[in-house]
Ligand binder design. Structure first.
Ligand code: ATP
Length: 239
């Protein structure tokens, strides 16, 4: 129902082996929100996304999505629930064409009749991919590969898109294109949870954010509130 959060994380502890990385994370998202998680290197931002996708071995606490208890699900189940995860780094299948990479994203929907219109929607977002649909993904620029990675996730038509540092290492102009695309994806109705080290960029594009410090939520608020917060300005915006 409309009053239930789409994503509900409560008291989440997570880690690798003996090392706990997240300590008691509480995070909620309602349908249609665009939320960012910001914070320094190694704060544990990616681990939150990986915990949602069931890719972290040791997890305790509540993880719910659209009425489903994620803690009882395997990682391969997560996309079928409507969560698409674009991990850090540009993961494309280098020896396959752009179009083939996109089709792989629709593996859980391979019988859907509208795959070509889904692809058309992605080409509208990233016109450069249309021009290069027959090109091997390994020969694309870094920015174009990131567009393929995001496009592949969108082929699922997810309810929630998890984006891990999608702008990392890209030229400013490409970052701008990427963020325009996120705004459009959001306005088409997809909820987005974005992890960003670039706090200025994240607060520009998301409407609300969480600041993660050493595995704990240190602050949360609307992007405007965080932008004006003296601690955020001093620590992350260099002001
Ligand atoms: P970054 O931007 O550097 O990825 P982050 O905030 O996303 O930062 P995480 O990637 O979540 O941080 O990593 C948090 C901590 O967990 C780090 O200290 C990292 O070394 C550790 N860690 C991450 N993945 C693993 C793993 N597979 N095995 C062991 N430790 C890991």
């Amino acid at each position: 129902s409309a009053s239930q959060p789409l994503l509900e994380i409560k008291g989440l502890n997570a880690g690798y082996g003996e090392i706990e990385v997240l300590h008691g994370i509480d995070l909620q998202m309602f349908e249609g929100e665009f939320v960012c998680i910001i914070g320094a290197n190694t704060a544990g931002k990616s681990t939150i996304l990986r915990a949602i996708s069931r890719l972290v071995p040791h997890v305790t606490g509540t993880l719910r999505f659209a009425g489903n208890d994620l803690s009882s699900r395997a990682s391969h189940d997560i996309p079928t629930l409507g969560i698409a995860h674009v991990p850090e780094g540009r993961h494309v299948f280098s020896d396959m064409m752009v179009e083939e990479n996109l089709m792989l994203g629709a593996f859980t929907a391979r019988h859907a009749k509208d795959l070509s219109s889904r692809m058309e929607g992605i080409f509208e977002l990233f016109p450069r991919l249309r021009e290069r649909r027959g090109q091997l993904a390994g020969t694309l620029s870094g920015g174009e590969q990131q567009m393929v990675a995001v496009g592949r996730a969108l082929m699922l038509q997810p309810k929630l898109l998890l984006l891990d540092e999608p702008s990392h290492g890209l030229a400013p102009k490409v970052v701008e294109e990427m963020h325009d695309a996120f705004t459009k994806i959001h306005s088409r109705g997809t909820s987005i949870l974005l992890v960003e080290q670039n706090v200025g960029l994240a607060l520009d594009v998301a409407t609300r954010g969480y600041v993660l410090e050493s595995g704990r939520i240190a602050l949360q608020g609307t992007s405007a509130e965080l932008n004006e917060n003296p601690a955020v300005r001093a620590a992350y915006l260099g002001i």
